[in-house]
Design a protein around this ligand. Structure first.
Ligand code: SF4
Length: 454
């Protein structure tokens, strides 16, 4: 069997397993209570005052829940909790930056959620004023926000642009009406097109769109139709994520009829279809699930070999200091990861008591950093020179030798090749990149509740 045939005709060959997304390494399942407020304060105190900072602000509220949602969010029908949350975020921001001891340069700001635009206008402006007060925002900084197309108005787009937001990310997922009804997210094409027009008319140039496959009742044909429609809106970046059905972790997903979910073969067909359509429309495939126009910064970072992973997926942000603000937000700094409490009441109380609300995290060891560089490279490029990674971190390549056994099933089916210490996935085997990465993850246990590889 050729690698192509093997890649797309695998129903039960041992490759349909749950693996981490590797947006961090070690992954969040390894975080524990050994990391607390004092740990993060100590890490931040080591910042040199001039290295750029990236800031992530999490807003865990939406007007209504989509049944497929895997984010940390909740439905909010009233505005009072939102204003109170914004004040807690501002206090958190001040307490976090106090440890930096300087007004550090800010190169990236990302509002994620949830639906962060739910804070526009008043609470959003208060947070932006605090960010401006606490950081030296670089003139070329990327200031981004995730938006729900169902809530965008020309006035909102104008407010965002006036505050400096220069990139937005729209959650589209699918235009198939049957699928939209099944996931409790009805948003016709016209509504999305009007949102895109409003954002552009306001002068916001950067546009990302998120799509999904593997949703209930979804087919390769409907994925193709959605991808073609979205490509016609000419966003500069797209992400195409597979739906992760984890109702034991996200109880609202029980509203989704598991019998209507596509199987592994159908998911593969849908992922491949989206990729084919978007590449035909002129987008470059970036890693396993992102796409960008050739002139976009993400495509340029990919070409330059500087693509990285962050909690949103792939990024061209080279910053080593990511501060996470808000309930469940994760700070990623050279020494390790620290996550704020996802429990809103706990988060609020601990911040009001002057703390950083750190719930758990992990210190990154020298070996972790070495393995992270190999995993990040493999996630970004589907090939990695393990000897070069090891050498760059002062290790012998044998550090990775215990990964060979786990790679054997991929090798046997022609999906992966080893030459010396270089590991390379076949071009059509990108869906198994996360599985290949797990071979070099000594913490990985198949029962950790991750999403499926495809
Ligand atoms: S709008 Fe986004 S964050 Fe909110 S429930 Fe839907 S998918 Fe989740």
């Amino acid at each position: 069997m050729t690698a192509t045939a093997a890649a797309w005709n695998l129903a039960s060959n041992g490759l349909d397993v749950a693996v981490p997304r590797y947006t961090s390494f070690p992954t969040a399942t390894q975080f524990d209570g050994a990391v607390g407020d004092d740990t993060l304060r100590g890490w931040l105190a080591a910042h040199d005052g001039v290295s750029p900072i990236s800031l992530y602000i999490h807003v865990p509220y939406c007007r209504q829940l989509c049944w497929y949602c895997g984010c940390h969010t909740r439905a909010a029908s009233r505005n009072e909790p939102l204003a109170a949350y914004a004040e807690t975020v501002i206090a958190h921001l001040r307490q976090l930056t106090a440890s930096l001891g300087t007004r550090a340069p800010l190169t990236h700001l990302h509002f994620g959620g949830g639906t962060p635009s739910i804070l526009v206008p008043d609470s959003f402006h208060r947070i932006m004023a605090a960010v401006d007060d606490l950081f030296a925002i670089r003139p070329d900084a990327e200031l981004a926000m995730e938006l729900d197309p169902r809530t965008i108005t020309p006035d909102m787009a104008g407010e965002l642009a006036a505050a400096g937001i220069n990139r937005v990310s729209l959650g589209v997922q699918t235009f198939d009406e049957t699928v939209q009804a099944a996931i409790n997210r009805v948003q016709p094409y016209r509504q999305v097109a009007e949102s895109v027009a409003a954002v552009r008319a306001a002068g916001i140039a950067g546009l990302n769109v998120d799509l999904m496959y593997g949703l209930p009742h979804q087919t390769a044909a409907s994925v193709a139709e959605t991808a073609e429609c979205v490509a016609g809106l000419t966003p500069d970046r797209l992400a195409v994520f597979g739906y992760a059905h984890v109702p034991w972790a996200k109880p609202h997903q029980r509203q989704i009829d598991s019998g209507a979910l596509p199987g592994m073969q159908a998911r593969l067909d849908q992922a491949r279809t989206a990729r084919t359509v978007l590449q035909a429309a002129g987008y470059r495939a970036i890693g396993i699930d992102h796409f960008a126009k050739p002139a976009d910064g993400l495509a340029r970072a990919h070409a330059a070999g500087t693509l990285r992973r962050n909690f949103q997926g792939y990024t061209d942000d080279p910053c080593q200091w990511l501060l996470g603000v808000g309930a469940s937000a994760i700070s990623a700094v050279p020494q390790g990861y620290a996550q704020a409490s996802p429990h809103l009441r706990t988060y609020r109380h601990r911040v009001r008591d002057g703390g950083l609300a750190i719930h758990k995290g992990i210190e990154v060891s020298a070996e972790d950093a070495c393995r992270r560089s190999a995993i990040t490279t493999l996630m970004a490029y589907q090939t990695v020179d393990l000897a070069a990674c090891a050498q760059a971190h002062g290790y012998a390549p044998q550090l990775f030798a215990n990964g060979w056994t786990a790679l054997a099933p991929l090798e046997r089916q022609g999906l992966l090749e080893r030459r010396g210490w270089r590991v390379t996935l076949a071009p059509e085997a990108w869906p198994w990149t996360r599985l290949a990465c797990s071979a070099f993850d000594p913490y990985f246990a198949p029962s950790d509740g991750h999403s499926r590889a495809v």
